[in-house]
Write a protein that binds this ligand. Structure first.
Ligand SMILES: [Zn+2]
Length: 252
């Protein structure tokens, strides 16, 4: 049997957090809800999840993982190696223990009797993973149950990471596919074209004597749709070309 409980599916600011029952196992897929209040804590106390899988380090998939770990430290939390390194960026003011365990790419890992998970890169940002979960019931001729969970994914290569290798997943026939669908029908400008336009804008601004300010997210935290600098660049011209001075600043 496969069971899916939605604690958050990414509407507005609710984040993504999905309870998955597969065979005898209960798994939490991501914990991006703003607080643990979105979860049935008493029930989890009675019947804890067997494990938590984090698809990637963005806040809307991970921001309550640390609180979850503190409330239920015995529940193991897993992600790709890179995601384990990026996760602490969600809590810049805290000392974050290494609470998340790293899983390898493209190598099935057995968590318990009959349950395996295999990770494939999801594009989107470094460390983002697609999980292929398989459960084989013991002492039965029935075929295994399988679930694929994508989290956010991106098919194209970027400067940060390679796109989701669709060919590696082709031929899978999961019983359930849980797929990130926000912006799934939107068409975006070609990424390389956007980057070239930004570089040209910067070059032109510098040639004209402007100073260029680029407010950027922490490394690896690129917004999902366009180059971060393209979303947040501001060009200022100062009378003395010194940003610290009291010059006449005009914004382009
Ligand atoms: Zn994301």
């Amino acid at each position: 049997m496969i069971e899916c409980l939605n604690y958050g599916v990414g509407h507005a600011d609710e984040g993504v957090c999905i309870g998955l029952g597969i065979g005898t196992y209960r798994i939490l897929l991501d914990c991006g809800v703003p607080s643990l209040d979105a979860l049935p804590l008493d029930e989890i106390e009675q019947h804890p999840f067997d494990l938590v899988l984090c698809s990637h380090a963005h806040a809307d998939h991970a921001q309550s993982l640390l609180a979850l770990h503190r409330r239920f430290p015995h529940i193991p939390i897993y992600a790709s190696e890179v995601t384990t390194q990026l996760l602490p960026l969600n809590w810049p003011d805290e000392t974050v223990p290494p609470f998340c365990r790293a899983l390898p790419w493209r190598s099935p890992v057995e968590f318990g009797d009959g349950l395996t998970a295999e990770l494939f890169p999801a594009g989107h940002l470094p460390g983002a993973a697609v999980f292929v979960l398989t459960y084989q019931e013991a002492n039965t001729e029935r075929p295994p149950l399988s679930v694929v969970y994508t989290g956010d994914f991106f098919l194209s290569h970027t400067r940060f990471t390679e796109g989701l290798p669709l060919a590696d997943l082709r031929g899978l026939q999961p019983d359930v596919l849980i797929i990130e669908a926000s912006l799934g029908t939107a068409r975006h400008p070609h990424r390389r074209q956007q980057e070239n336009q930004l570089a040209e804008r910067i070059r032109t601004a510098v040639d004209q004597g402007y100073n260029v300010l680029l407010s950027l997210p922490p490394p690896g935290y690129s917004p999902r749709n366009s180059h971060p600098a393209a979303q947040s660049s501001s060009f200022y011209r100062t009378a003395n070309s010194d940003l610290g001075g009291s010059g006449d600043r005009s914004r382009l």
